[in-house]
Design a protein around this ligand. Structure first.
Ligand code: COA
Length: 152
């Protein structure tokens, strides 16, 4: 996904709002998920997000999204964001986000319809393996939150 950063996207210092980048990340992840499972999805979570370089007014922002792993109901999507100086073409990696999206059935409940990932390259296999490791930590966090909610 590619966008030009315009004044309404930026703060008074000419840096893009973090929320605007998150919106584009969410949209790119949704497109990758929809293309993978061709059914309605929602974003369940976004792992931590570090902005390591500013994106400035007039930059071109490019987002690359890929479904890294799928577990029947949910998927992990990785989104890599680059900013590009529109005059020089210089590209800088700005942030990477990992989102979990969940397929929903007609009843609005999670639905076990997500096809498995077909890993074609070593890079695909590396991403799928790393996604499994992140899923363990993510589900621990979700379980801890649910325990706290049950005790409250
Ligand atoms: C996401 C949502 C559908 C999960 O519903 P739920 O009843 O908690 O679902 P379950 O416990 O049955 O889990 C369903 C799947 O979601 C995953 N999941 C649920 N919450 C998750 C979270 N916070 N992070 C990552 N995965 C999550 C589970 O691991 C499971 O996936 P799996 O079967 O592939 O392992 C529900 O919390 C929801 O509708 N949230 C709002 C989503 C939304 O509106 N997003 C837009 C931004 S507001």
């Amino acid at each position: 996904m590619t966008e030009l950063i315009i004044p309404e996207d930026t703060n008074i210092y000419g840096n893009v709002f973090g929320g605007r980048v998150m919106e584009l990340i969410d949209k790119a992840a949704a497109i990758a998920s929809l293309r993978h499972c061709r059914t309605g999805i929602v974003t369940a979570s976004l792992d931590s997000l570090d902005f390591i370089h500013p994106i400035k007014l007039g930059n071109i922002i490019s987002l690359f999204a890929q479904v890294n792993q799928a577990w029947g109901t949910s998927m992990e999507v990785g989104v890599k964001v680059f900013s590009e100086d529109s005059l020089t073409g210089e590209k800088v990696h700005t942030c990477t986000a990992y989102l979990t999206t969940v397929a929903l059935g007609a009843d609005g409940r999670p639905s076990r319809v997500v096809p498995p990932i077909l890993c074609r390259t070593d890079e695909d296999r590396r991403r799928a393996g790393n996604a499994e490791e992140r899923r363990v930590r993510r589900l621990e966090r979700v379980a801890a939150r649910r325990r706290r909610a049950a005790q409250a």
